[in-house]
Design a protein around this ligand. Structure first.
Ligand code: PA5
Length: 467
C-alpha cells in the first residue's frame, strides 16, 4: 500500500518458486471463500462482535485519560512494570521493544526523556519476579496489572505479591498510587479489588479478547508510559483499516496474507515461520505467534466437526537465524511458510571503516550494517526461492508508531480472516481454558471439585516411563 507496509508474495507463487508454489488457479478457487469470509467479518463487525476493530475509532476519551495518567507518572516514577501474561503482556512488550532504544533500561533517565524504565513480568517463574524486585525501588515504581478476565492466576498472584509488599512498605494509602488496573468493567476478581481499594482503573471493552487487545488500554497505557505516540499508533491502524475498506479482497494485504497462509496449509505447510530482519521487531514475532497459534489452533470447526487444525508459528530473527534455523528452512521438509519482515530504513546507521586493514575483507570497507542486513535478507530470500520453499515478505518503510499500528492491525485482521477461511472460531481458546481449569482444580479452588475428581481419576504418570 502507498505510504504504508507492503506485502510481497512473489515467492509464494508457482511462476517464481516452481511446482511447490501456489497457482493462480488456487487463488481463483479460494476467491469465493474470501468473498464469503469478507462478508461474514463485515456482518460480525456490524453486529458489534468485532469490537477490537471498532476501538481504533472510538477511544478518544480513554486516550486522553491515558496520556494524562502517563504524564503524571513521568513526574515521579522511575520504573513501570506490567503484571500480566499472554495477550495482556506480549503486546505491551512488543510495542515498547519495537519503538524504544534496544538498551532502554540501561539508559540514564534524561536519555529516556524522563520516562520510567519498563519491565513486563509475564511469568510465574519465582526467579523472575524476585529478581525484578531485587533491582527496582518500589517507592518509585508503578505496577500496571492487566487482565481481561480479572482472574488469571499468574497475573493475580503477581498482583497479590506486589500489593502486599507495597502495603507493608508504604502503607495501604500510599500503595494506591503505585497500582493501576486494566481489566473488564464488571467481571473478575481484579475489578472487585480495584473498586474496594480505590485503584486507578482502565477498562478493556467487553468484547475485546486478550490477544486482540493491544490497541486498547491494555497496550496504550504501557506504551504511553514509555513516551510512545499512541495517537500515531492508532492512526496507523486506522489507515490500514481504511485502505482495506477502499480496496477489494484481492488487494487487501491482511486477506491475502491469510488466504496464502491457508492455501499453504492445505498443501502441508503446517508451520508459519515469522522472521523479522530487525531486532526491534523480535517481540512482535512473539506477539504474532500467540495471536496466530491461539486463534487458529482449534479442535473443532464452527459446526462442531473435529478438525484439529492450525499452523504452528515459529519465531526466527534475521540475520541471526541465518546461522541457525535457516539450514532447516532451506533444506528441511516442505512443511513451512516463511514470512520475512524487512525494513526500508533502520533508525540508526553504522559503517564499517574504510581504512580498515583487514585485506581479505576489503569488500566490506565502507559498507554499513544497514546494507549488510538488507543483503542478508535478500540472500536468504534467494536461498529459499532456489530451494523451492514458499516465502513472503512484509516490508515496513521504517519502525515507527504509524507503521507498527498498521502491522499490528493487519495481523489481527489476517488472523480473524484466516479463522473465517478455516471455518473455526478464532476468538475462543478452549485449550487454554482447560489448562486454567486444571490449575484451579489442583489448587483446590471452590467450584472446581468435579475437575479435581476428573484429574484424580486419571493418573497419567507411570514410574516405568521415567528414567
Ligand atoms: O488471548 C487470550 O485470550 C489469552 O492469551 C489471554 O490474554 C491470557 O490467557 C491472559 O488472560 P487475561 O487477560 O484474562 O488475564
Amino acid at each position: 500500500m502507498e505510504n504504508g507496509i507492503r506485502l510481497d508474495y512473489n515467492n509464494m507463487m508457482y511462476e517464481n518458486i516452481g511446482l511447490k508454489g501456489i497457482y493462480g488457479g488456487d487463488i481463483a478457487n479460494i476467491r469465493p471463500d474470501m468473498e464469503k469470509a469478507h462478508f461474514n467479518l463485515n456482518e460480525k463487525r456490524k453486529n458489534g462482535s468485532l469490537e477490537w476493530m471498532d476501538i481504533i475509532y472510538d477511544q478518544e476519551e480513554e486516550i486522553n485519560e491515558i496520556l494524562e495518567t502517563a504524564s503524571g507518572i513521568r513526574q515521579w516514577a522511575d520504573t513501570f512494570v506490567v503484571l500480566g501474561i499472554g495477550g495482556s503482556a506480549l503486546g505491551p512488550a512488543a510495542v515498547h521493544h519495537a519503538l524504544k532504544h534496544p538498551y532502554y533500561n540501561e539508559l540514564p533517565k534524561e536519555k529516556r526523556d524522563g520516562w520510567p524504565k519498563f519491565y513486563v513480568v509475564d511469568n510465574v517463574d519465582p526467579e523472575r519476579l524476585s529478581g525484578l524486585l531485587d533491582i527496582i525501588d518500589i517507592k518509585t515504581t508503578v505496577f500496571n496489572c492487566i487482565t481481561k478476565s480479572g482472574n488469571t492466576i499468574e497475573t493475580m498472584s503477581q498482583f497479590m505479591i506486589v500489593k502486599d509488599i507495597l502495603e507493608k512498605e508504604l502503607g495501604k494509602e500510599d500503595a494506591k498510587k503505585h497500582i493501576i488496573c486494566t481489566t473488564d468493567k464488571t467481571n473478575g476478581a481484579l475489578i472487585k479489588i480495584a473498586e474496594k481499594e480505590g485503584y486507578k482503573t482502565f477498562f478493556i471493552p467487553s468484547k475485546v479478547g486478550g490477544r486482540f487487545s493491544e490497541l486498547s488500554p491494555v497496550g496504550l497505557l504501557p506504551a504511553a508510559c514509555g513516551g510512545i505516540d499512541i495517537k500515531e499508533l492508532i492512526k496507523g491502524a486506522v489507515s490500514m483499516d481504511k485502505y482495506m475498506a477502499e480496496n477489494g479482497v484481492m488487494e487487501n494485504p491482511a486477506y491475502m496474507y491469510a488466504a496464502l497462509s491457508c492455501l499453504a496449509l492445505e498443501k502441508g505447510r503446517n508451520i508459519s515461520v515469522i522472521m523479522p530482519y530487525a531486532d526491534s521487531l523480535k517481540l512482535v514475532a512473539d506477539w504474532y505467534s500467540q495471536l496466530w497459534a491461539e486463534s487458529l489452533g482449534k479442535k473443532y470447526d464452527i459446526n462442531g466437526k473435529q478438525k484439529n487444525i492450525g499452523q504452528t508459528p515459529v519465531r526466527a530473527l534475521g540475520a541471526t537465524d541465518q546461522h541457525s534455523q535457516m539450514q532447516l528452512f532451506v533444506e528441511g521438509p516442505d512443511d513451512k511458510i516463511i514470512v520475512i519482515i524487512g525494513l526500508d530504513k533502520y533508525k540508526r546507521e553504522i559503517t564499517i571503516p574504510v581504512d580498515s586493514d583487514v585485506d581479505d575483507l576489503g569488500f566490506l570497507r565502507g559498507a554499513t550494517h544497514n546494507n549488510m542486513i538488507s543483503i542478508e535478507q535478500m540472500s536468504a530470500e534467494y536461498a529459499l526461492l532456489k530451494a523451492g520453499k514458499v516465502n513472503m515478505t512484509i516490508t515496513l518503510p521504517e519502525v515507527n508508531e504509524y507503521y507498527l499500528g498498521q502491522l499490528i492491525y493487519m495481523f489481527e485482521v489476517a488472523t480473524a480472516f484466516a479463522g473465517e477461511l478455516l471455518n473455526i472460531n478464532a476468538f475462543d481458546q478452549p485449550g487454554v481454558e482447560e489448562g486454567k481449569n486444571a490449575a484451579y482444580a489442583m489448587f483446590g479452588r471452590k467450584g472446581y471439585e468435579a475437575k479435581k475428581a476428573e484429574l484424580d481419576a486419571k493418573p497419567h504418570k507411570d514410574k516405568k516411563y521415567i528414567i
